[in-house]
Design a protein around this ligand. Structure first.
Ligand code: CIZ
Ligand code: SF4
Length: 351
């Protein structure tokens, strides 16, 4: 059955030719990833999407990535997400209404538009990127969060960082901001559950959001590895919690993780704290170079929402294109896209 599906995908691709580009994120499952024309992290994929002449960008990733591809590509290109249920649980932890409420509540004690730069991780809905565009804020990725924070502090004294508290905390820590100046804004409570003193003192207000995949990695996984392999290296994604990042030798985005291990010497051993599909793929890839790459957790940590993009959905979306039907198009409303583009362009300019 798997084979039959793969054959359908290959056949549809052959008919569509250069009219279609299949993009796959690093976290994508192997049976989908193998059909990709372009691969990378969300930002790299969006750039690649904007550069191709393909009419249809079939995005094998999650919803916010297809939105960014739609925003950055030309107006006549069409972004398609093979399964609309492929969301990002972290992105869902920040909604426009909750962020707007935070902005209103903060304005009871200080003028947020004069004192706060809103920064949204690329893992967020387009309307939040638009909010940042409108309020002189900016987007960041896991590759450029530090640079984006530095830019933000040049604009205003404070940052509201959403949705990922861990990326915000780690990036702030890298800039020597003390943890007590980075309180978490709990949107379930009035005033984020913070006192006016805490808000006044804060350099970064972190959002109560996290990645359900990366939260599974724990410091004891690293301790166990180091006891067993004292010469081994530990590399983690900044969506991991602070203790895990602190205990790692290297912390960075998926592109950074891949490039760092690629540049390492043969014979080295690596413990990697990020999504399982990516780690399994590079374990195989680097084996031939004599590098041992192992997954950080004893549990299976996969991005289950991204895994919804399976060969069946991909085949279905492609065959519809063959028949002249566009299914599951991701189209960000024009005004929202314009504002989101502002916040994205600010990031692209400094990174
Ligand atoms: O931006 C991306 O693609 C994500 C989700 C992670 C990363 O570090 O590349
Ligand atoms: Fe979202 Fe986590 Fe999946 Fe990344 S791994 S897309 S942050 S749920």
């Amino acid at each position: 059955q798997d084979d039959a599906c793969a054959q359908r995908i290959i056949a549809a691709k052959q008919i569509l030719g250069k009219r279609v580009a299949i993009l796959a994120h690093h976290y994508q499952r192997a049976d989908v990833y193998r059909h990709a024309d372009l691969t990378g992290d969300s930002l790299k994929l969006s750039f690649l999407a904007a550069q191709t002449d393909a009419d249809y960008l079939v995005f094998c990733g999650v919803h916010f990535m297809a939105e960014v591809a739609d925003i950055l590509s030309s107006p006549d290109q069409i972004a398609i997400l093979p399964d609309m249920a492929a969301g990002c649980s972290m992105a869902d932890m920040a909604s426009l209404s909750n962020v707007e409420r935070a902005w209103r509540e903060i304005s009871e004690i200080l003028n947020p538009d004069e004192t706060i730069t809103p920064v949204t991780y690329i893992n967020s809905a387009a309307d939040l990127k638009a909010f940042c565009g409108e309020h002189n804020g900016i987007v960041c990725t896991s590759s450029n969060a530090g640079k984006v924070l530095q830019w933000s502090f040049k604009q205003r004294e404070k940052v509201l960082f959403f949705p990922d508290q861990h990326l915000g905390r780690w990036s702030g820590h890298q800039l020597d901001i003390p943890l007590e100046e980075m309180p978490v804004w709990n949107f379930d409570e009035p005033m984020g559950g913070l006192t006016p003193e805490q808000i006044n003192k804060a350099k970064i207000l972190l959002w109560k959001g996290h990645c359900s995949v990366h939260q599974m990695f724990q410091p004891q996984h690293i301790i166990r590895f180091r006891n067993q392999y004292p010469d081994g290296f530990v590399i983690s994604h900044p969506e991991c919690n602070y203790e895990v990042c602190k205990a790692s030798d290297y912390v960075g985005s998926t592109e950074y993780i891949i490039n760092t291990i690629a540049a390492a010497e043969s014979g080295t051993r690596w413990l990697v704290g990020t999504e399982l599909n990516l780690v399994s793929r590079i374990t195989e890839e680097f084996k031939s170079q004599g590098k041992i790459v192992q997954f950080m957790s004893p549990m299976v940590c996969m991005c289950s929402t991204m895994a919804r993009i399976d060969p069946q959905h991909l085949a279905w979306a492609l065959e519809n294109l063959v028949n002249g039907n566009i299914v599951n198009q991701i189209k960000v409303p024009i005004e929202e896209a314009k504002l989101a583009r502002l916040a994205l362009d600010r990031m692209l300019k400094i990174s």
